[in-house]
Design a protein around this ligand. Sequence first.
Ligand SMILES: Cc1cc2nc3c(=O)[nH]c(=O)nc-3n(C[C@H](O)[C@H](O)[C@H](O)COP(=O)(O)O)c2cc1C
Length: 207
Amino acid sequence: MTLSAIEVNHLKQAPTIEGVLSAVVSRWSSRSFADREVSPADLTKIFEAARWSASAYNEQPWRFLVGARGSETYKKIFSTLIGFNKEWAAAAPVLILGAASSTFSHNGSANAYALYDLGAAAGALTLQAAALGLRTHSMAGFDHDAARQVFQIPDDYLLGAVIALGYQGEPSALSQPQLLSLEIAPRTRKPLNELVLSAWGTPAELA
Ligand SMILES: Cc1cc2nc3c(=O)[nH]c(=O)nc-3n(C[C@H](O)[C@H](O)[C@H](O)COP(=O)(O)O)c2cc1C
């Protein structure tokens, strides 16, 4: 028996630790998307969250190409996805492609933090989406050269990820057993004592 979207959403919540932002707890990467558009007002909020991220020298190196289903931009982003991602991302009402300028505009030198900043902005975007009841799913599985070509992205821009955005759909809408099992799989994480250190190899004592 397949779980419902509500049951899957429950299963995917991060274990609650008091005080952790509810958007952090509720964010997860769905592959099933409902046939429901994202409002322009919500899209604006999502990109405002990205816009107000921190960046080295306040360069704001990120650029986001965004397309709603049916648009030329959407079709172009979708065309660059690898086959596995095409299987499920076709249901997403919005696709986003992130890029970052690899040079600082104030002096033309290399910006080694461009992708860091793009990732931070994308993180804010995904949390804002979660706070609005939306789901995001980042994808590295796309053809970078094809993306550069279809959008004529300048060489000095690095490409980040494609992000599928929309409302969670019923897991039963996923046609393939592999996709369904991923959709209902519990989320796992490394323990904090592996990730947070006081010296290399030594867990920090947080509490
Ligand atoms: C940069 C990045 C690239 C990813 N690429 C893909 C992808 O190409 N296809 C896919 O199905 N999931 C992709 N994912 C989703 C991850 O597998 C997912 O975020 C991870 O398993 C953790 O699950 P959660 O986001 O639900 O917490 C990607 C995630 C990130 C952040």
